[in-house]
Design a protein around this ligand. Structure first.
Ligand SMILES: NC(=O)c1ccc[n+]([C@@H]2O[C@H](COP(=O)([O-])OP(=O)(O)OC[C@H]3O[C@@H](n4cnc5c(N)ncnc54)[C@H](O)[C@@H]3O)[C@@H](O)[C@H]2O)c1
Length: 250
């Protein structure tokens, strides 16, 4: 078991990628705080983990609210006795152009997708530092953080921010033995904000199939485990080689 006796918080864990990260971490021995804005989703995932012999609990939290984040970290500590691992997975996309998006929509996407990983890292790190046993943080970015898109503007800006946020957090938390890294998925499971997997969603990568939530979960497990002891501030692409392909060149 790679995460025996660890307490892990996974945000946006009520479905898709966060759900599989929670399941895998629990199977590796962690007590998992399944955090979501949709409590029913979080409770379903937690209940299924418990039914299969793991340790988990659902927590209601809007990661767009600093108050909620502070309360959530305290609730997890009360339930499981501390915090060792944080996966900042929750995000929303705008799917808008720069002319269609309102300032309010822009601010909400930035709050959930970029500010929340900062704030959750801050309050979880304060807890990790107080515990004195180090910690691990994984931020979920996106290939949309490396490329421009015609159908998203706030999301691409926020995901680019997550990559460099990861580096500064890694530097500032290294003295406390807290390792911070990022994963960079492309087209994994259902699209962000959607329940249903779309088999017709075009996929262009070197593996020749769409990514599965389990692909991302395995990468996150690697980064939070001792196997990645010497990996700090990295952005691990989990994209089937999609970003290796140069557009328009064969
Ligand atoms: N699915 C993909 O193809 C893909 C590709 C690249 C990157 N990503 C990234 O992976 C992560 C997970 O994506 P997904 O497709 O599994 O997302 P999803 O939309 O399927 O699930 C996200 C979960 O987060 C929850 N959530 C939304 N707003 C929240 C809030 N304010 N507070 C707490 N929880 C909230 C939702 O209720 C939902 O259960 C995101 O960071 C996303 O940007 C996904």
């Amino acid at each position: 078991m790679k995460l025996a006796d660890k307490v892990a918080i996974v945000t946006g864990a009520g479905r898709n990628i966060g759900e599989d990260v929670s399941r895998l971490f629990a199977a590796e021995g962690a007590a998992v705080a399944v955090v979501d804005l949709d409590k029913a989703r979080a409770d379903r995932v937690a209940a299924e983990i418990v039914a299969s012999g793991g340790k988990a609990q659902g927590f209601l939290c809007d990661v767009g609210s600093e108050e909620d984040i502070v309360r959530c970290v305290a609730d997890v500590k009360a339930a499981f006795g501390g915090v060792d691992i944080l996966v900042n997975n929750a995000a929303i996309s705008d799917n808008k152009t720069m002319f269609d998006i309102s300032t309010q929509e822009w601010n909400r996407v930035l709050a959930i997708t970029l500010t929340a990983p900062f704030l959750f890292s801050k309050y979880a790190a304060l807890e990790m530092i107080a515990q004195g046993r180090g910690g691990r943080i994984v931020n979920v970015s996106s290939t949309s953080g490396y490329y421009g898109r015609d159908r998203a503007i706030a999301y691409t800006a926020a995901k680019g921010g997550v990559v460099n946020l990861t580096k500064s957090l890694a530097i500032q938390l290294a003295p406390h033995k807290i390792r911070v890294n990022a994963v960079v998925p492309n087209k994994i499971g259902s699209p962000v904000g959607k329940d249903e997997f779309d088999p017709t969603r075009p996929v262009l990568n070197l593996v020749g199939r769409p990514g599965l939530p389990a692909d991302l979960a395995k990468a996150a497990l690697f980064l939070v485990s001792d196997d990645a002891e010497f990996i700090v501030g990295a952005a691990l692409f989990v994209d089937g080689g999609c970003t290796t392909l140069m557009p328009g060149n064969s």
